[in-house]
Design a protein around this ligand. Structure first.
Ligand code: GRF
Length: 213
Protein backbone atom coordinates (compact mmCIF):
# COMPACT_ATOMS: atom_id res chain seq x y z
CA UNK A 1 0.00 0.00 0.00
CA UNK A 2 1.41 3.36 -1.02
CA UNK A 3 1.06 5.92 1.74
CA UNK A 4 1.05 9.68 1.31
CA UNK A 5 1.97 11.62 4.44
CA UNK A 6 0.97 15.22 5.13
CA UNK A 7 3.11 16.95 7.74
CA UNK A 8 3.83 20.52 8.80
CA UNK A 9 6.30 19.97 11.60
CA UNK A 10 9.37 18.06 12.63
CA UNK A 11 8.03 14.80 11.27
CA UNK A 12 8.92 12.43 14.09
CA UNK A 13 5.73 10.47 13.39
CA UNK A 14 6.64 10.35 9.72
CA UNK A 15 10.03 8.99 10.75
CA UNK A 16 8.45 6.28 12.88
CA UNK A 17 6.31 5.27 9.92
CA UNK A 18 9.23 5.26 7.50
CA UNK A 19 11.24 3.14 9.94
CA UNK A 20 8.38 0.66 10.25
CA UNK A 21 7.82 0.36 6.49
CA UNK A 22 10.86 -1.75 5.72
CA UNK A 23 11.50 -5.27 4.46
CA UNK A 24 8.28 -7.07 3.61
CA UNK A 25 6.07 -4.58 5.45
CA UNK A 26 2.84 -4.19 3.46
CA UNK A 27 3.14 -0.38 3.29
CA UNK A 28 5.59 2.17 1.92
CA UNK A 29 5.68 5.95 2.26
CA UNK A 30 5.41 7.01 -1.37
CA UNK A 31 5.14 10.79 -0.93
CA UNK A 32 5.56 13.38 1.80
CA UNK A 33 3.60 16.60 1.40
CA UNK A 34 4.04 19.75 3.43
CA UNK A 35 2.57 23.21 3.34
CA UNK A 36 5.88 24.43 4.79
CA UNK A 37 9.01 24.32 2.71
CA UNK A 38 11.14 24.37 5.85
CA UNK A 39 9.34 21.52 7.63
CA UNK A 40 11.66 19.02 9.28
CA UNK A 41 9.39 16.36 7.81
CA UNK A 42 10.65 17.25 4.32
CA UNK A 43 14.26 16.90 5.46
CA UNK A 44 13.46 13.47 6.85
CA UNK A 45 11.81 12.51 3.57
CA UNK A 46 14.83 13.67 1.57
CA UNK A 47 17.14 11.69 3.86
CA UNK A 48 15.01 8.59 3.26
CA UNK A 49 14.90 9.31 -0.50
CA UNK A 50 11.13 9.65 -0.47
CA UNK A 51 9.59 12.04 -3.02
CA UNK A 52 8.36 15.31 -1.55
CA UNK A 53 5.77 17.84 -2.61
CA UNK A 54 5.45 21.39 -1.34
CA UNK A 55 1.78 22.35 -1.27
CA UNK A 56 2.11 26.11 -1.46
CA UNK A 57 -1.65 26.66 -1.27
CA UNK A 58 -3.11 24.23 1.29
CA UNK A 59 -6.60 24.94 -0.09
CA UNK A 60 -5.67 23.68 -3.55
CA UNK A 61 -7.34 20.29 -3.56
CA UNK A 62 -6.63 19.67 -7.24
CA UNK A 63 -2.88 20.16 -6.72
CA UNK A 64 -2.88 17.80 -3.76
CA UNK A 65 -4.95 15.17 -5.56
CA UNK A 66 -2.63 15.46 -8.57
CA UNK A 67 0.46 14.95 -6.41
CA UNK A 68 -1.12 11.91 -4.77
CA UNK A 69 -2.15 10.51 -8.13
CA UNK A 70 1.33 10.93 -9.61
CA UNK A 71 2.87 9.12 -6.65
CA UNK A 72 0.26 6.32 -6.71
CA UNK A 73 -0.91 7.18 -3.20
CA UNK A 74 -3.63 4.81 -1.91
CA UNK A 75 -3.81 5.82 1.75
CA UNK A 76 -3.23 9.20 3.39
CA UNK A 77 -1.79 9.90 6.83
CA UNK A 78 -1.93 13.29 8.54
CA UNK A 79 1.05 13.35 10.87
CA UNK A 80 1.22 16.77 12.48
CA UNK A 81 -0.47 18.53 9.58
CA UNK A 82 -1.62 21.96 10.71
CA UNK A 83 -3.92 22.83 7.82
CA UNK A 84 -7.40 21.76 6.87
CA UNK A 85 -7.37 19.16 4.12
CA UNK A 86 -9.53 20.28 1.18
CA UNK A 87 -12.91 18.56 1.15
CA UNK A 88 -12.32 17.15 -2.33
CA UNK A 89 -9.31 15.25 -0.98
CA UNK A 90 -11.16 14.00 2.10
CA UNK A 91 -13.94 12.77 -0.21
CA UNK A 92 -11.55 11.12 -2.70
CA UNK A 93 -9.86 9.20 0.12
CA UNK A 94 -12.94 8.52 2.22
CA UNK A 95 -12.13 5.69 4.62
CA UNK A 96 -8.48 5.90 3.60
CA UNK A 97 -7.35 9.07 5.29
CA UNK A 98 -6.31 9.11 8.94
CA UNK A 99 -4.99 11.57 11.49
CA UNK A 100 -3.01 11.17 14.68
CA UNK A 101 -3.99 13.35 17.63
CA UNK A 102 -1.98 13.63 20.86
CA UNK A 103 -4.86 13.10 23.32
CA UNK A 104 -7.79 10.78 23.90
CA UNK A 105 -10.49 12.11 21.60
CA UNK A 106 -13.26 13.20 21.76
CA UNK A 107 -11.72 15.13 24.66
CA UNK A 108 -9.13 17.78 23.89
CA UNK A 109 -9.85 17.96 20.18
CA UNK A 110 -11.21 20.56 17.81
CA UNK A 111 -10.34 24.19 17.24
CA UNK A 112 -7.08 25.36 18.78
CA UNK A 113 -6.28 21.88 20.08
CA UNK A 114 -2.93 21.21 18.46
CA UNK A 115 0.66 20.95 19.57
CA UNK A 116 1.49 21.90 23.13
CA UNK A 117 -1.99 23.44 23.63
CA UNK A 118 -3.43 19.95 23.85
CA UNK A 119 -1.13 18.90 26.68
CA UNK A 120 -1.65 22.19 28.54
CA UNK A 121 -5.40 21.62 28.38
CA UNK A 122 -5.06 18.05 29.64
CA UNK A 123 -2.97 19.22 32.61
CA UNK A 124 -5.37 22.09 33.33
CA UNK A 125 -8.29 19.63 33.38
CA UNK A 126 -6.69 17.62 36.18
CA UNK A 127 -7.05 14.43 34.16
CA UNK A 128 -4.78 11.59 35.28
CA UNK A 129 -4.79 10.04 31.86
CA UNK A 130 -3.98 11.13 28.37
CA UNK A 131 -2.88 9.26 25.29
CA UNK A 132 -2.91 9.20 21.53
CA UNK A 133 -5.75 8.69 19.08
CA UNK A 134 -5.77 7.69 15.44
CA UNK A 135 -9.02 8.42 13.66
CA UNK A 136 -10.45 8.58 10.19
CA UNK A 137 -10.58 12.07 8.76
CA UNK A 138 -13.99 13.32 7.81
CA UNK A 139 -15.32 16.76 6.99
CA UNK A 140 -15.65 17.40 10.73
CA UNK A 141 -12.20 17.87 12.18
CA UNK A 142 -11.12 15.53 15.01
CA UNK A 143 -14.55 13.87 14.87
CA UNK A 144 -14.08 10.97 12.45
CA UNK A 145 -14.48 7.36 13.65
CA UNK A 146 -11.75 6.36 16.08
CA UNK A 147 -9.49 3.54 14.91
CA UNK A 148 -7.15 3.26 17.87
CA UNK A 149 -6.42 4.88 21.22
CA UNK A 150 -3.54 4.08 23.49
CA UNK A 151 -3.52 5.73 26.92
CA UNK A 152 -0.57 7.12 28.86
CA UNK A 153 -0.64 8.25 32.48
CA UNK A 154 -0.39 11.88 33.48
CA UNK A 155 2.19 11.85 36.28
CA UNK A 156 2.48 14.16 39.27
CA UNK A 157 4.86 16.99 38.42
CA UNK A 158 4.25 16.66 34.66
CA UNK A 159 4.75 19.74 32.56
CA UNK A 160 3.08 20.11 29.17
CA UNK A 161 6.46 19.25 27.65
CA UNK A 162 7.06 16.10 29.69
CA UNK A 163 3.52 14.92 28.94
CA UNK A 164 3.99 15.71 25.25
CA UNK A 165 7.14 13.58 25.15
CA UNK A 166 5.44 10.63 26.85
CA UNK A 167 2.48 10.83 24.46
CA UNK A 168 4.77 11.25 21.45
CA UNK A 169 6.62 8.04 22.30
CA UNK A 170 3.27 6.21 22.19
CA UNK A 171 2.31 7.96 18.94
CA UNK A 172 5.44 6.56 17.34
CA UNK A 173 4.20 3.03 18.05
CA UNK A 174 0.53 3.61 17.45
CA UNK A 175 0.65 5.27 14.04
CA UNK A 176 2.78 2.62 12.30
CA UNK A 177 0.68 -0.10 13.96
CA UNK A 178 -2.53 1.32 12.49
CA UNK A 179 -1.00 1.89 9.05
CA UNK A 180 0.51 -1.60 8.84
CA UNK A 181 -2.71 -3.23 10.07
CA UNK A 182 -4.68 -1.20 7.52
CA UNK A 183 -2.29 -2.21 4.75
CA UNK A 184 -2.60 -5.86 5.71
CA UNK A 185 -6.41 -5.61 5.79
CA UNK A 186 -6.55 -3.33 2.76
CA UNK A 187 -8.89 -1.05 4.65
CA UNK A 188 -8.65 1.23 7.66
CA UNK A 189 -8.11 -1.10 10.62
CA UNK A 190 -9.15 -0.77 14.25
CA UNK A 191 -6.65 -1.72 16.94
CA UNK A 192 -7.32 -2.83 20.50
CA UNK A 193 -6.71 -0.48 23.38
CA UNK A 194 -3.30 -1.11 24.88
CA UNK A 195 -1.97 -0.03 28.22
CA UNK A 196 -1.92 -0.83 31.93
CA UNK A 197 -5.37 -1.37 33.37
CA UNK A 198 -7.10 -1.43 30.02
CA UNK A 199 -8.81 -4.46 28.60
CA UNK A 200 -8.83 -5.21 24.91
CA UNK A 201 -11.11 -2.94 22.94
CA UNK A 202 -12.74 -3.70 19.64
CA UNK A 203 -10.51 -5.21 17.00
CA UNK A 204 -11.36 -5.37 13.35
CA UNK A 205 -11.85 -3.16 10.40
CA UNK A 206 -14.11 -0.25 9.67
CA UNK A 207 -17.01 -0.87 7.36
CA UNK A 208 -16.75 1.44 4.43
CA UNK A 209 -19.36 1.99 1.82
CA UNK A 210 -16.74 3.11 -0.66
CA UNK A 211 -14.07 0.46 -0.64
CA UNK A 212 -11.17 0.53 -3.02
CA UNK A 213 -8.83 -2.32 -3.77
C1 GRF B 1 2.11 15.00 17.09
O1 GRF B 1 1.93 15.15 18.46
C2 GRF B 1 0.79 14.68 16.42
O2 GRF B 1 -0.06 13.92 17.20
C3 GRF B 1 0.21 16.03 16.23
O3 GRF B 1 1.30 16.86 15.89
C4 GRF B 1 2.50 16.32 16.43
C5 GRF B 1 3.44 16.15 15.30
O4 GRF B 1 4.72 15.80 15.72
N1 GRF B 1 -0.89 15.99 15.29
P1 GRF B 1 5.80 15.34 14.64
O5 GRF B 1 5.89 16.42 13.58
O6 GRF B 1 5.36 14.03 14.08
O7 GRF B 1 7.08 15.22 15.42
Amino acid sequence: MNVGVLASGSGSNLQALVDACVGDAPARVALVVSNREDAGALDRARAAEIPIYHLSDPEDGDALLGAFRNAGVQFVVLAGYLQLVPESVVRAFEGRIINIHPALLPGFGGKGMYGINVHRAVLASGSTISGATVHLVTAEYDRGPILAQWPVPVLPGDTAESLRDRVLAIEHELLPAVVLASAAANRAARLPVKGPGFGAGPVGTVDLSDERS
